[in-house]
Design a binder for this molecule. Sequence first.
Ligand code: AMP
Length: 213
Amino acid sequence: MSITIALSKGRIFEETLPLLAAAGIEPLESPDSSRKLIIDTNHAEIRLIIVRATDVPTYVQYGAADIGVAGHDVLLEHGGAGLYQPVDLRIAQCRLMVATRVGFDYEAAVRQGARLRVATKYTESARQHFAKKGVHVDLIKLYGSMELAPLVGLADAIVDLVSTGSTLKANQLVAVEHVLDVSSRLVVNQAALKLKRKQLQPLLDQIASAISC
Ligand code: AMP
């Protein structure tokens, strides 16, 4: 039986490579140079598919891929239906943060009960975060370049991933609140795990034992 692994380009692909290598799996091409969406590996029965980060859970949920690697943030937005999440890979680590323009008094606005406008791609995580704090917000869904929203008056704050902090700094924004720590997880189609356990379980075990502590 063949195994299909869904990955996204960029940081997740780069940081998953050593884990696949530990399981003896090597892609025959790089998605950057080949532009191919299906990439063969050194194992005839194992292939990689390259999809958008937010689409990884969907491909795995419907069984178009048996396993995949997706950020915790992406999984929270997806909801995790049909997915088994056995391992935190501790890769692509970053934080989901609330950020505002430098000089905006976020604490005071929250204290005064102001209704904040918050722009984000991560509406589900943001909704849960502000509900837990009892802060009323109007969420504005964006698909990218969230840093722009407070600068042009679209929103008072954003909820976005922060890694080094340099994107916020370059746009005169500052992180004001931690929402959650994010890293990427292995996701497995629940039906595939039963049907292909003999092939999948050793692969999952090898990947898990290669994770850096
Ligand atoms: P940085 O400037 O290093 O703080 O990175 C922030 C930018 O990179 C923002 O636009 C984030 O949306 C994006 N980013 C940071 N970490 C990740 C990640 N693990 N996955 C996806 N996007 C990320």
